[in-house]
Structures are given as C-alpha cells and as structure tokens.
Design a protein around this ligand. Structure first.
Ligand code: FNR
Length: 359
C-alpha cells in the first residue's frame, strides 16, 4: 500500500484486483450515475472559511454519536457483499473498525453473519460499537427474528434503510448480467433459523408497501435506538422525530437508488434545520477527504459515514487496507480542523462554510 496517500488512490488498485463485474457492482449507481458524481462534486463546490488565532491546540477527534463513543466523527456505512472484495470479507472490516475505535454499521446483506462480525470485532477491542443496518421486511415475524439476532450479538443501534421501496436500477449490473452472488456466498443474516426450514436463505424483500406504520411496529419491538437512513426531504426528518426515531442518516444510498436525487450534502442543511436539534443527524455519500468531513459537520451533521472507500481499502489490503483508509480520513480531518481553528468536531459551526460556484 506504499504510495497510496489518499482515499481516492485506493480505487484504481481495487479496480485492478477485482473481477470487473464486481468492481462495477461496487463502484456503480443508479441509471446515469448523475447522483453518484453529484455526491462528490457537491463537496468541491462548498468552500471553507477558516478562523485564525484561536489557540485551540492539537485537535481531538473523539466524539459521541447517540451517546456512544467513536474515536472520530467518521463511521463505516453499511455496504453489502464484502466477500466479493476480499476472502476475509466483513471479518476484516469488523476488525479494522474496532481497531480504529469507530462505529461499524454492519449490513443486513453481509456475507458473514452478524454474530461472527461481532465476535471478530471483540477480538481486537473490548467494547466495539457495532450497529446493524436493517431492511424492514413485510414479514414482521422475520424482521423480529433478525432484530433478535442482532440484539443478541450485541449491536447497539438499528439503522433502518428507508430509501429502498425497490432495488435501484444499476445498468452496469444489467449489462454484466450480475444479479446473484457467486456459488458459495450467501447473505448469512437471511438464513432461516426455524426448524422447519433449516439453512434456507431468503431473498431480501424490498417493498413499496412499507410505511411509517412499519417503523412504529419496529419501535414497539425493540429498545435499541433506531436511525432512519436515506432521508433527503426535511418533512420526512420532521416526521421521523415525531415517530420516536432516534437519529437520521441523510443519504441517497451513494447514488444507488434514485438517480438525479440531490447530493446528500445539498440535502443536509434543510434536514438539520427541520429537526432543530431534536435528533442527531448523520450524513453519507461522497466523503473522500477530511475537508468533506468538516463541511458536513459545519452543516450540522454529528458524524459522517463512508461506503466505497472502505470497500476499496478492503479489496487492496484486507483489514490493513481498511485501517489505512480510516487513518487517512482521521489525519485529514484533524488537519482540516486545525487549519479551520477548531479543537474538536463540536466546535465546527455553519459560518465555516460557504456554498458557491464550482472550484
Ligand atoms: C451500499 N449501500 C448500502 N446501504 C444500505 O443501507 N444497505 C446496503 O446493503 C448497502 N449496500 C451497499 C453496497 C455498496 C457496494 C455500496 C457502494 C453502497 C449504501 C451505503 O450505505 C452508503 O449510503 C453509500 O455507500 C455512501 O456513499 P459513498 O461513501 O459510497 O460515496
């Protein structure tokens, strides 16, 4: 990994190492991929307006999210199918996140079971913070079974993905004929545990029938904090707060659902204003630099999450690759805070950013 200095540097060697069909699955997005590109270009259009001579010393990045500790305001977003990237799959990702002391949002569609992900994280940290991303299933009995597994594994929050009433349409996958995992790989969290169907692995059910009523039913069946992921409209953020949701992840699913949806950082300020401090707001989509992290904090996010950068790190170097990607983001975020005159993430305020024409 010598010579890989930036997060972006990891993509080319990852593309080289991956089966091109799997690279397209990870890198691609919906339709014309306009939103994929918008997520990163929107950050480039925002300019930082630093403060000087504030004597804040070396920045301290440690923070809390939902009252839970994170060594920096950068989390690992849920991304499916890590075994396509590396034979150690989510096991390696879990160790890297735990070693970094930050939150891993484990994907429901992981190729390693949540129990094994948790066990792996505990090998390197006494008390790793693990959250679980959930696609609500209309079969609430099965949803409950999955939630109970996650609870028993020790996860500390559920991240409900709300932006997927159907699969996004990825034309790269269509052209490549990629619609299923290769033989031997499975979504281990979808395996039936019922005695009458041992070993059977379900298909995930993404449905346009899902509504706030399903969120209410989830709320009633678990005491875990619930975050809603995939919110872009301020009205939905307001409803989420009224419905007893505990946090919001502003996200367009990395441009993989609705193409031409606005960039996640463009959606952020209105969502932050709508919830008016009632809930913590996180953001993912297009974070590639420490400056992107600080811009999201300035608009009011308490933390951000990264998706593809983790996959590229995993592909290139397994656990060490993910560790390196997280270290780069940590160093860049600390450096940016210092150059902005801030000593902690909490000191980043909205006056530090100006939206403007493309750089
Ligand atoms: C995702 N994402 C995602 N989100 C989710 O809620 N459940 C999932 O199973 C997946 N799977 C997934 C696979 C891959 C390959 C990617 C790239 C993304 C979306 C993810 O959580 C996050 O929203 C984006 O990845 C953030 O954008 P960046 O950081 O990739 O630009």
């Amino acid at each position: 990994m010598d010579g890989l200095l930036t997060v972006a540097d990891f993509e080319a060697p990852a593309a080289e190492a991956l089966d091109p069909v799997h690279y397209d699955y990870f890198a691609g997005g919906a339709r014309d991929e306009i939103t994929v590109r918008a997520n990163t270009s929107a950050f480039a259009r925002i300019r930082l307006r630093p403060r000087v001579l504030r004597g804040r010393g070396t920045p301290r990045l440690a923070t809390t999210v939902l009252g839970q500790p994170a060594s920096m305001p950068v989390l690992l977003a849920p991304t499916a199918f890590h075994r396509l990237a590396h034979p150690e799959a989510e096991r390696a990702t879990a160790r890297a996140a735990a070693r970094a002391g930050t939150v891993l949002v484990a994907a429901m569609l992981s190729t390693v079971a949540i129990e094994d992900i948790a066990a792996e994280a505990r090998k390197v940290a006494a008390d790793p913070v693990l959250w679980f991303q959930l696609y609500l299933q209309r079969d609430m009995g099965f949803t409950e079974a999955v939630v109970r597994r996650a609870e028993a594994a020790g996860v500390r929050a559920l991240v409900v993905t709300a932006d997927s009433p159907a699969l996004g349409h990825h034309e790269r996958n269509d052209r490549n004929g990629f619609h299923d995992l290769p033989p031997g790989m499975r979504c281990e969290n979808l395996r039936e545990l019922r005695a009458d169907e041992p070993g059977h692995v379900r298909q995930v059910d993404l449905s346009p029938d899902l509504s706030w009523a399903h969120v209410a039913r989830l709320r009633a069946l678990t005491d875990l904090p619930i975050l809603l992921k995939g919110v872009l409209h301020p009205e939905d953020a307001r409803i989420a707060a009224d419905e007893g949701v505990d946090g919001i992840v502003v996200s367009n699913h990395g441009g993989r659902q609705l193409d031409t949806a606005l960039a996640s950082v463009e959606a952020l300020p209105a969502v932050v204003d709508a919830v008016a401090g009632r809930l913590p707001v996180l953001l993912d989509g297009g974070i590639r630099r420490g400056t992107d992290v600080v811009k999201a904090l300035a608009y009011g996010a308490c933390a951000v999450a990264v998706g593809r950068p983790v996959v590229w790190g995993l592909t290139v170097g397994g656990e060490d690759g993910v560790t390196r990607v997280l270290d780069i983001l940590r160093d860049e975020t600390a450096h940016t805070l210092m150059l902005c005159g801030c000593g902690t993430p909490a000191e980043v305020s909205r006056d530090l950013v100006l939206a403007g024409p493309p750089c």
